[in-house]
Design a protein around this ligand. Structure first.
Ligand SMILES: Nc1ncnc2c1ncn2[C@@H]1O[C@H](COP(=O)(O)OP(=O)(O)O)[C@@H](O)[C@H]1O
Ligand SMILES: [Mg+2]
Length: 446
């Protein structure tokens, strides 16, 4: 479809910015209402028209439910203004947020903010995956559809000459506050190369702040968000140095998921929930349930009783699948398990801890994560000694006997070396097994 200028009827102006105007219009053929953005060519200096054309082509290829679609565009004509046609939104998100506050006498509650923010993240993540950085994410460039239930990102990429965008916005008097969403590195002339995904992440943090506080995000006021569930995410996303921010939208999403999941399981008995999930897994063998189990532990990362009473129930083949499918989540939980099982224990739980660590060690034995494996070895080495528990000594020896790579053997020796008393205690058990000669030699020296 090619929408020529004689095929629509302009109804009214609905927006105006640095590069042109947006009108509500009606397609004569179908009576469909659309929005048309006209670009002021005079605003486009040098080869910017070419760039605009290229970028509109790219935007046209983006296909995502949270990015405004382009119905048609018309650029090349010498005499007319370039324009593009899009579905018409109910309003922009800035207006939406203001009305929401006025109607509710309060900023957005967490669930609703999460719902919108997730949509925003999905759209931005997708754009980034297509190699496009938005560079001007702010509530006026987010459009609201579907009775306020869907948001779509608009005003993509093009014409974002650094500095000049906010300048021209200010000149036309409509730029109120758009550059409060821009990352610090965007505000310096000649910094185009420095601007990457993390600039969008900064803007996302500011937008989230606005949603949950109801304030325009001139600054991030720590006081205003100190009891918010999102404070960590907001702070991390809006760090001044881009090196300190999330390095990708996916990373930000992981944390958001974690915080939301926590609320999902809140008010439930996590141990009962665990039993339910594990039963379900045995019944259905659905791998996704293993992720739910990991999420449950993540949500209750500070519950010693959950870790102590349930983590050991996971079998080695389950750990294996978790490692293959949800490695980061598993490893985080293993770290937490190690944390919760430090110190002294009843004898029987000492044995369970050792068995669990043996399973985990075997699953991660080929992982590059030396640090975690070292932690496990240190724990196993000390656990039997501290509790004088022969079962643990046997487990430790068995783990040691399975070591094959030079790397692992050196790792073990460094652990033994650093814990001489515990190592001597473990000697009896270690000598029961055939060990790599390097380890045997070392044991003879202590
Ligand atoms: N598809 C649309 N439907 C409804 N309103 C729109 C649409 N596109 C833009 N607008 C309105 O016009 C304003 C300016 O549009 P935008 O594309 O952001 O142009 P600018 O380059 O001026 O920032 C938006 O903030 C929004 O309020
Ligand atoms: Mg805009």
């Amino acid at each position: 479809m090619e929408i020529k200028e004689d095929q629509f009827e302009i109804l009214k102006k609905i927006g105006e910015g640095g590069y042109g105007e947006v009108y509500e219009a009606k397609l004569k053929a179908t009576n469909e209402l659309v929005a048309i953005k006209f670009i002021n060519k005079e605003e486009l200096i040098g080869d910017e028209l070419k760039r605009f054309e290229r970028e509109i082509r790219i935007h046209n290829q983006l296909n995502h439910q949270n990015i405004i679609g382009i119905i048609d565009y018309y650029i090349t004509s010498e005499d007319s203004k370039p324009y593009y046609v899009m579905p018409i939104a109910e309003k922009n998100f800035s207006t939406f947020l203001r009305e929401y506050r006025e109607d509710n006498y309060a900023p957005m509650d967490d669930e609703i903010a999460t719902m919108y923010f997730n949509q925003l993240l999905d759209g931005v993540e997708y754009a980034h995956s297509e190699g496009i950085i938005h560079r001007d994410l702010n509530p006026r460039n987010i459009l609201v559809f579907n009775n306020g239930n869907t948001i779509k990102i608009s005003d993509f990429g093009f014409g974002k000459r650094l500095n000049s965008d906010s300048e021209s916005l200010t000149l036309t008097g409509t730029g109120v506050g758009t550059d409060i969403y821009s990352a610090p590195e965007q505000l310096h002339e000649g910094n185009a190369k420095e601007v990457d995904e993390r600039a969008d992440i900064y803007s996302l943090g500011k937008i989230l702040y606005e949603m949950v506080t109801g304030d325009l995000p001139y600054i991030i006021d720590a006081e205003r968000i100190k009891s918010s569930r999102f404070s960590y995410i907001i702070n991390r996303a809006t760090r001044h140095n881009k090196e300190d921010r999330y390095k990708s939208v996916s990373k930000l999403k992981e944390d958001l998921e974690y915080l939301v999941i926590k609320s999902k399981y809140l008010n439930e008995d996590p141990s009962a929930k665990f039993n339910e999930l594990l039963d379900e897994y045995y019944r259905t063998s659905e791998i996704k349930i293993l992720e739910d189990i990991l999420d449950l532990f993540l949500a209750y990362h500070d519950s010693e009783s959950l870790f102590e009473s349930r983590f050991f129930l996971l079998e080695e083949n389950i750990f294996k699948i978790m490692y293959n499918e949800y490695k980061d989540k598993l490893l985080t939980n293993v770290e937490n398990y190690l944390y919760h099982t430090r110190g002294y224990h009843a004898f029987s739980s000492t044995d369970y801890i050792a068995d669990t660590l043996e399973k985990i060690y075997s699953v991660i034995s080929s992982d590059g994560n030396d640090e975690l494996r070292e932690k496990i070895l240190i724990r196993l080495c000390g656990l039997g000694y501290d509790h004088n528990r022969f079962h643990v000594g046997i487990v430790f020896a068995r783990v040691a006997s399975k070591m094959t790579t030079g790397n692992d053997i050196l790792l073990l020796i460094s652990v033994l070396e650093a814990n001489i008393a515990a190592s001597s205690w473990n000697k009896t058990y270690l000598f029961e097994y055939t060990l790599p000669s390097r380890i045997t030699e070392f044991l003879k020296t202590i």
